[in-house]
Write a protein that binds this ligand. Structure first.
Ligand code: N7H
Length: 499
């Protein structure tokens, strides 16, 4: 029986044979992160004939692309052997890219429930600039503006040397097909406990929608991260093959001004009269978690080690925002039931807004004696997040989250409790002027002070893409897959041991 997304109601068992064809036809990284620490993201402008580009897409898919099925089996193998046999690869095509190879982007019909205005895949990110509150395109990095980006290749590996080798090998195949417009290197930052962090120093990647049964934690009475396939997958509109799904993909290069952000954290701590250990609460009020991942709605400071990376929480015992303010980044972007419960469960509409984040940090930080990045070195530019996320609909999910939640000073509380002071911008990603935020000087006390906190994340360019099904990509080729030059053969020549 073909998979029907409308009847999928929760996480799946990927070993159930019912899902095998779906997983073989689906690109990796969508249902589960590829998890490698080094990536190169290559943005292409197609220059060849339609025929040459289509053949290249099919050939690249056969030689390099990692399916969700293969990703699962490679992960199992890696757990057994601690050796990763090959680099990970996926490909994403923009609306302009589909046009270039003769497909009409109007065939990509995204859900609208109600959507954030003007943030549709078919129109591209540049046209969504005003809706998203993004800065003028002349402040973007070179080659992001102008609607020239047709595709993005993501290559990832644990071994940076092999990654470079594979990158060169891929780029050699582009002759007469495409030019490389931009290359972005992603390098995961990690803290002393080897957990991924972002450049402001906070643990990241803790809370995600989870699609595989084996990932669901036992404690989930306050927040259940379970997700069904229909929040991230859609039928690939360009193939009639059974069980061929894809996903809408957002890429944004978000530069972080670490020095000014940290100065603002100190200024907020001063304004709220926080002293000693309590000063760390200033940043936690902005992010919604302390640097070590403890949610500020659960604790006034960062000392309770059992709460690190806690995710089984909601805001029902913090209805006035006196512990975690409504504007805090993680509360804005995942209100965990603040927008309503139905039958004791978080409203379906809110759950359907979730995005599957797959970003990675970029930019060099100085290394300390332990080989880890020193967070004392505080850059003002050239470091940040290559933000990436998958979803069923850009206007309903990423677009809605950025425009109707993060940038909206009335979300959340005044919408549900009219007459209350505005919530203000999301201090991390909210775009707009006069942030209008209020902050609680005393944890769990309703009195607040006004203080503006925003403007430390700057959008430097990006694009909307679709991650097509492997069935579609293969169908573009005229010949049988090339087996003689498979990436495996190359991997055998190079290093194949993960560090
Ligand atoms: Fe955010 N940060 O360091 O403050 N994010 N984010 N994000 N973010 C999260 O809970 C950060 C960005 C979401 O389920 C954490 O996994 C930074 C965009 C969502 O409770 C931290 C940037 C969008 C969540 C950060 C950035 C989102 C989330 C806590 C840009 C969408 C999950 C770690 C440079 C439009 C919330 C965690 C939940 C978590 C930060 C971008 C969305 C530390 C620095 C553009 C949905």
């Amino acid at each position: 029986m073909p998979i029907d997304l409308n009847t999928e109601t929760g996480p799946i068992d990927p070993d159930d044979p019912k899902y095998a064809l779906m997983l073989a036809n689906l690109q990796g990284n969508i249902l589960k992160s590829h998890g490698r620490d080094f990536t190169v993201n290559i943005f292409l402008s197609f220059t060849g004939t339609r025929k040459a580009i289509k053949n290249w897409l099919a050939d690249f898919t056969n030689r390099f692309v990692t399916s969700a099925f293969r990703q699962i089996h490679e992960t199992k193998e890696y757990k057994l052997t601690r050796v990763s046999g090959r680099a990970f690869a996926t490909i994403h095509i923009s609306a302009q890219g589909y046009r270039k190879i003769g497909f009409d982007p109007a065939q990509f019909v995204e859900d609208q429930n109600p959507p954030s205005p003007d943030t549709f895949f078919r129109d591209g990110m540049e046209r969504a600039r005003v809706a998203l509150g993004d800065p003028p395109t002349d402040t973007w990095d070179k080659n992001y503006a102008g609607r020239k980006i047709h595709a993005m290749i993501l290559l990832a590996d644990e071994d940076p040397k092999r990654l470079k080798d594979v990158q060169k090998r891929v780029e050699k195949t582009l002759d007469g097909v495409a030019t490389v417009l931009i290359r972005e290197d992603g390098v995961a930052l990690r803290d002393q406990s080897n957990k991924p962090i972002e450049h402001f120093g906070y643990r990241d990647g803790i809370s995600q929608p989870l699609f595989y049964k084996s990932e669901i934690p036992p404690d989930k009475d306050q927040w259940d991260p379970s997700a069904s396939l229909n929040i991230v997958l859609v039928k690939d509109p360009l193939t009639k093959e059974p069980d061929a799904f894809g996903s809408y993909f957002v890429f944004r290069k978000l530069e972080q001004n670490v020095k000014e952000f940290e100065a603002r954290e100190e200024a907020l701590a001063d304004a709220l009269g926080l002293t000693g250990n309590a000063r760390a609460r200033a940043g936690a009020l902005a992010v919604g978690r302390f640097e070590n991942g403890i949610p500020v709605t659960l604790a006034p400071d960062d000392t309770n080690a059992t709460l690190k990376d806690a995710n089984n929480f909601n805001y029902q015992s913090d209805k006035s925002g006196a512990k975690c303010p409504f504007q805090a980044h993680v509360r804005k972007t995942n209100p965990r039931g603040d927008t309503g419960f139905s039958g004791g469960k978080v409203a379906e509409e809110e759950l359907g807004r979730r995005i599957t984040r797959r970003g990675i940090t970029y930019g060099a930080r100085k290394l300390g004696k332990n080989g880890l990045p020193t967070l004392e070195d505080r850059p003002t530019k050239k470091v940040g997040l290559l933000f990436m996320c998958f979803q069923r609909s850009i206007p309903d999910q990423f677009g809605f989250m950025q425009v109707i939640w993060a940038n909206n000073k009335s979300f959340l509380n005044p919408i549900f409790n009219p007459g209350q002071a505005p919530t203000g911008l999301d201090p991390i990603i909210g775009q707009g002027t006069h942030s209008n935020q209020h902050w609680p000087p005393v944890w769990d006390n309703d009195a607040t002070k006004p203080f503006d906190f925003s403007g430390f994340v700057n959008m430097k360019g990006g694009e909307y893409f679709f991650a097509p099904s492997i069935a579609f990509l293969r169908s573009l080729g005229e010949e049988l897959p090339s087996v003689t030059q498979d990436q495996d053969e190359f991997a055998a020549e190079g290093t194949n041991k993960a560090p």
